[in-house]
Design a protein around this ligand. Sequence first.
Ligand SMILES: [Zn+2]
Length: 132
Amino acid sequence: MTEQSQSQQSSPLTVKEFQEKIHDGEIEGYVCRKCGHKQIDIIQYCPVCHSPDLEKTNFSGKGKVLTYTIEFVAPEPFMNEVPYVWAIVQLDDGPKITGWIQFISKPSDLPVGQRVAFKKSYLPGIVFEKIV
Ligand SMILES: [Zn+2]
């Protein structure tokens, strides 16, 4: 190990850290310092340009619904939340992210393009709610 190998890279996000942030109401991810690619994931290299020069950043959690599926039969952690949707949300200032939205039973409850915001919650996963 030489002193030259000293990296400027921020320490990689762990799954535990990411989940704790979500619990605290923050969505943390990375911006690639080389190409600007944004990603919410546990990564050590940019998937676009393969640079290890990643910067941790917080995303706003606001965005719009791109697509979703309505769930009527849920796995145990979500049993009391049906019906709900698994949605792909395009964040205003970040990448696409998967999350869920409670109490949606039909497509007219959630038009594609609906504005949503990440909501701090005791529930598992990344919870969004409709906003105006
Ligand atoms: Zn990159």
